[in-house]
Design a protein around this ligand. Structure first.
Ligand code: ASP
Length: 337
């Protein structure tokens, strides 16, 4: 399977175009992305109530299946599921039977036997959530929480929600994504979302060693010089240097990287005065971003985290809705026979 397989569109959408899995932003059109943002907007208010719950997933079981470490994504998926009133099972893979040699398929069969309704999956292999969605029992929704270098669609959508909140639109925006694009599933999903939603320009700023070979085909312009690249920006998204995924020496040194590509106050001053600063986290202060910028007035990094809950509530409730509609159609079909 290739991870950009067009079959992912038919896999993640029902016949009438509703979401039933959420694996990638590839193949999702502007109307559906906007529906996700609007649904998330409606859930923001839930997070501001004293009783932060709606009954949309009451009686449903959501399994958080994280084969790779995570702080923000795992905890906001858990909070999102709980705010939708689901029962949540967090499977710690390092202490589960996977570490005793059980295959992914066997782990899943056992979890399905516990009548789970949704798996939220993070995996180091690109395409793992797609593979699971292909084989899972009908009615069970799969949500991608980040797979290898491929995609991190809920991260990109929470970033889009944050941009829309601060800029009010996508049309005409100039957005730069800076740093380790090569290893970033976040960047791939962001570029896709920004293009579909109508941004005027998506610019990646990175040394050639940290750009993927297929960068030209992703739908972005390329700039190797950050001082040139910061001009006229509305949004700058910094990426973490993913040292755990690096093979060989891709960088001269962290100091040199920071000098050339770190977001300092001086470099931020080159952008539009209203430019917002984003980062998917975890941030490495002094490696890709100066503390004074990360904590400064233009930073919306913590808004991104808050928005993660609303976006994940939106995606989970929409996928469950699609699965339910499909189940009703299947049952109606069987009744007619
Ligand atoms: N948290 C993001 C991810 O899971 C970005 C990162 O780890 O740097 O891909």
């Amino acid at each position: 399977m290739t991870v950009n397989d067009p079959s992912s569109t038919s896999l993640q959408l029902t016949d009438d175009g509703q979401l039933r899995h959420f694996l990638t932003l590839d193949g999702l059109n502007r109307a559906l992305l906007t529906e996700i943002l609007d649904t998330a907007d409606s859930f923001i208010e839930v997070g501001e109530r004293s009783i932060k719950k709606v009954p949309l997933l009451r009686g449903r079981t959501v399994v958080n299946l994280f084969f790779e470490s995570s702080t923000r994504t795992r905890s906001t998926f858990e909070l999102a599921a709980k705010r939708l009133s689901a029962d949540v099972l967090n499977l710690d893979i390092s202490t589960s039977a996977t570490s005793k040699g059980e295959s992914l398929s066997d782990t899943l069969l056992n979890l399905e036997a516990m009548a789970s309704d949704m798996f939220v999956v993070r995996h180091s292999q690109s395409g793992a959530p797609h593979f699971i969605a292909e084989s899972v029992t009908p009615g069970v929704a799969i949500i991608n929480a980040g797979d290898g270098r491929h995609a991190h669609p809920t991260q990109a959508m929470l970033d889009m929600l944050t941009i829309r909140q601060h800029k009010g639109r996508f049309e005409g925006l100039k957005v730069a994504i800076v740093g380790d694009v090569l290893h970033s599933r976040v960047a791939r999903s962001q570029i896709r979302a920004l293009n579909e939603l109508g941004a005027a320009e998506v610019r990646v700023i990175a040394p050639a060693t940290l750009l993927p070979r297929d960068v030209e085909s992703l739908g972005c312009s390329i700039e190797y010089d950050m001082v040139r690249g910061m001009k006229n920006l509305d949004v700058v998204i910094m990426l973490r240097l993913q040292k755990e995924r690096m093979e060989g020496a891709l960088l001269p040194s962290e100091r040199e990287f920071y000098r050339l590509y770190g977001l300092s106050r001086e470099k931020l001053a080159l952008a539009d005065a209203e430019c917002i600063v984003m980062h998917p986290g975890p941030i490495n202060r002094g490696v890709e971003i100066e503390s004074a910028v990360a904590d400064g007035p233009q930073s919306v990094i913590l808004n991104q985290v808050t928005n993660g809950i609303a976006i994940r509530m939106a995606v989970m409730s929409m996928a469950m809705g699609g699965q339910m509609a499909e189940r009703t159609r299947r049952q109606a079909g069987r009744a007619r026979v």
